[in-house]
Design a protein around this ligand. Structure first.
Ligand code: ZN
Length: 268
């Protein structure tokens, strides 16, 4: 049974009728979320990707993109978390670094901060993109001082980085004690350990082993969690139990999706 079918059946079982879908990033009703672009499926198929799509932890292949704002399911998951994070903190100023920003999520974040009178000090960063505040390597962020930020957003970046341990230690350094890094990477459920090899440069082989031609590893769940903890973080893995089944269904997020929130301890 495909994820989409499970999703539809679960929705009907709970509601007795299809639940209205909604995009929390653009705050609009959605008739149907668009599927993962065919480009990815074709590349993976042609490269000989050996895993079923159902084993991707946080990826709603059949209900991926918002038709209004292009937010992905992981953007919608980030927005769910950030909304509760901001509400919990109240009006305390928030210094946030958004690494490799998603444009729909960035727009939402700034709009949401304005609507809640949050004093948001927002910076965006990327090694390659032009339209960011800082061009910086995740493995060497010496332009930021220790403890400069209370929050760090990093979605689908670590799988591109040659030394992800170094990147995680840099994220740890630039956060204040008590600060949070909200992290996502592609995780393949069922994979026993991280499959990685930065020396593999053949694009087809990278598609086959790591799921994209600019990825240098494919994460197992346990391996990803271990690396976050190794960097010194306490780790929350927030899934359907935390956000609720209704919220996941409404926002087109699969029941097995998980958001990783790494907290820098207040005391070492
Ligand atoms: Zn949207």
């Amino acid at each position: 049974m495909s994820l989409s079918t499970v999703f539809q059946k679960l929705r009907s079982a709970i509601q007795g009728k299809p639940q209205a879908l909604h995009c929390n990033v653009c705050d609009q009703a959605v008739e149907a979320f668009g599927s993962l672009p065919e480009f990815f499926r074709t590349h993976l198929r042609e490269a000989g990707w050996p895993y079923p799509f159902e084993q991707s932890e946080t990826c709603n292949v059949d209900a991926y993109l918002c038709p209004h704002c292009n937010a992905s399911d992981r953007d919608r998951l980030f927005a769910l978390y950030l909304q509760e994070f901001i509400l919990r903190r109240g009006n305390t100023p928030l210094r946030l670094l958004d690494f490799a920003p998603s444009h729909p999520l960035k727009k939402w974040l700034i709009r949401y901060a304005n609507s809640t009178n949050l004093d948001l000090i927002y910076r965006s960063a990327d090694l390659f993109a032009e339209e960011v505040d800082d061009k910086v390597d995740l493995m060497d962020m010496n332009i930021y001082r220790e403890g400069q930020f209370e929050a760090f957003l990093c979605s689908h970046v670590l799988e591109h980085v040659v030394d992800d341990r170094k990147a995680l230690s840099e994220i740890f350094r630039v956060l204040q004690p008590g600060g949070v890094a909200v992290l996502l990477v592609p995780i393949l459920l069922g994979l026993k350990e991280i499959d990685e090899d930065p020396t593999v440069t053949d694009p087809n082989e990278r598609w086959r082993r790591f799921g994209q031609d600019d990825h240098v590893r494919l994460y197992s769940k346990a391996g990803f969690m271990e690396r976050i903890r190794e960097a010194g973080f306490q780790l929350l893995d927030l899934g359907v139990k935390h956000f609720g089944r209704k919220a996941f269904l409404r926002h087109g997020i699969t029941a097995q999706s998980v958001l990783y929130v790494a907290v820098k301890p207040k005391r070492p």
